[in-house]
Write a protein that binds this ligand. Sequence first.
Ligand code: AMP
Ligand code: MG
Length: 422
Amino acid sequence: MSIQGSRIANFVIQNLKSPTMIPVSEAVKIVLANTAPLPVESIALTDTMGRILSEDIVADTDLPPFDRAQMDGYAVRAEDVANAPVRLRIVGESAAGAGWHNEMKAGEAVRIMTGAPVPVGADAVQQVELTRELGGAGTVEILESVETGRSIVRKAEEIKAGETVLRAGEEISAAMIATLASFGYARVKVGSRPRVAVMATGSELVGVDQKPARDQIRDSNNYSIAAYAELAGTTVERLPLAGDDTEELKSQISEAAARSDVLITSGGVSMGVYDFTKAALKELGAKIFFERVALRPGKPTVFARLENCLVFGLPGNPVSVAVTFNLFARAAVRAMQGAKQPCLLEETAILARSVKGSLDRESYLPAVLRTDEKGILLADPLKWGGSSDFVAFARATALINVPAGIKKLEAGSLMSVVRLPA
Ligand code: AMP
Ligand code: MG
């Protein structure tokens, strides 16, 4: 039989015994069950954005560490100013970083600044706008009374020393940086970044800097996978484009797998005559965990392990790539870093226009999220031409999850959506 003939025979056989489709939830479970955390590393606070905490963060001081003034004004005894206006003798000044550490007595006031320690004996701060300093005499007139405790944050009122304030497994956001800094975490323990290799396959592909010749297209998957993988905290190596040739695929896959924690290929996993990615993996002795998921788009997604490297064989269509990367590969690379929430968070939104589902597969349809004038979250499905319509997908901010077995969902339906990392 000619090579072409044997390929076609193979094609027919493959289609006759296609592996069973597994539900998305089961595929995610299989991915997580086969993903082990990477070692912990200690990094400088300045490098921690987006990394996953590997240690609980514990307060080493009370917050505030002393009774702290919340306003510029005068520390007073509330009792002394109950019948304001009253005049008090100014006995000192307490500034941030330079407190007045004596005892304030009846009839006295201490000029105080925001962030400064409140002297012993004072039990309230009257804001400067409600006072009048009487020139040169060292006397202040308090124009209005204040209640006990006004404008003072008591020592340890916010946080007590020894309290756990952030937990291992949380992703470090900009909002957390002040907390890490305030409790002295100059270095922070985080999960190591997974080393991800990306490899686009397909004899039609040329680089972004090339003008495609007849029958060719530019590779976009290596770039979009790299973008999503970096957002998920990994370091990415982009491999040279691989043609549809089992031997070429085998040598690139085995070399990349040897130096990577995760290899992500795109293309060559469907049922076409030239879809060789799975064959290459099998010939290399990879363990295939699944190769068909009841998912639209993204049915032919492959998950395998080759020695110590996890392999995701994503379909070639750029939209399928975005969906399958974020459902499966992202969960794996985040679990490797120790993330407590490796998967995209589900939210609920109202469908702004009707969408079509699929009878045998769960759909993840690109959408734009917005809120209406009542503050209700709406999901606007994108008008798109299918899994190759990456230009329409460029505006997507979320995916609408339509369960399998539903033909059509009407506008107004309550839907589960996941936000796309951006
Ligand atoms: P495949 O899964 O290899 O059958 O590819 C499905 C579709 O995706 C085909 O139209 C391919 O040309 C296209 N495709 C595959 N790989 C890429 C890539 N790296 N960048 C852009 N499009 C691709
Ligand atoms: Mg292909």
